[in-house]
Ligand binder design. Structure first.
Ligand code: ADP
Length: 182
């Protein structure tokens, strides 16, 4: 009797649907703005999969493997966060991974229009998957991977905006341009 009750309980537990979210992006490279979002979302779900877009049309500075590796190091302290990469349709990837939620970040009004288009298209393609937007942390609402690369290339300081190991990789890849005499 006890064994039967235990078996039922185990079955119920295994049948409870895990809430899996996917956070897709280029992450070229990961910034503290991305990490702030990941740290705030992780406690709200059972599993958060950070998914690096492989065929990011825009020539990325770092390879997919490099972007994944930098992210893995940066989220190593978060037990329920996984880093993966994907190409093709995001909703198909999310379905394959059993996700019910897509996470995206909104910094300024300028993000809104594009994000809205994407979210509505994704809803059309996969009505069972919800897009969740989180506001950027105040300290990071101006921060983008593109801006960080520009600042590094011009010899500027990005401490506090990206993890230290990412800053080191950026310096290696983008030595400051020397000003040219005209
Ligand atoms: P994508 O090419 O898909 O926009 P990004 O790596 O630039 O890839 O961004 C991935 C997601 O993270 C997007 O939803 C973007 O709005 C969000 N994001 C980027 N930078 C920040 C930041 N500083 N704070 C919060 N969200 C951000």
């Amino acid at each position: 009797m006890e064994a039967l009750r235990e078996a039922r309980k185990n079955r119920e537990v295994s049948e409870v649907k895990q809430r899996v979210a996917v956070y897709p992006g280029s992450f070229d490279p990961v910034t503290n703005g991305h990490l702030d979002l990941i740290e705030r979302c992780a406690p709200l779900v059972d599993r958060l999969i950070v998914a690096v877009l492989r065929n990011a049309g825009k020539e990325p500075l770092f390879t997919t493997d490099e972007r994944v590796e930098m992210l893995r190091q940066a989220v190593a302290h978060l037990g329920n966060v996984e880093v993966d990469s994907f190409d093709g349709l995001l909703v198909e990837y999310a379905r394959r991974r059993g996700a019910c939620l897509l996470l995206r970040g909104i910094r300024a009004i300028s993000d809104y229009e594009y994000e809205l288009q994407m979210a509505l298209m994704n809803r059309r393609l996969a009505p069972e998957i919800e897009t969740m937007f989180m506001m950027a942390g105040e300290a990071y609402s101006f921060l983008s991977s593109r801006l960080v690369k520009e600042v590094i290339a011009l010899g500027g300081d990005v401490r506090g905006l990206v993890p230290p190991q990412v800053e080191a990789k950026l310096r290696e890849r983008l030595p400051p341009r020397t000003s040219q005499a005209t």
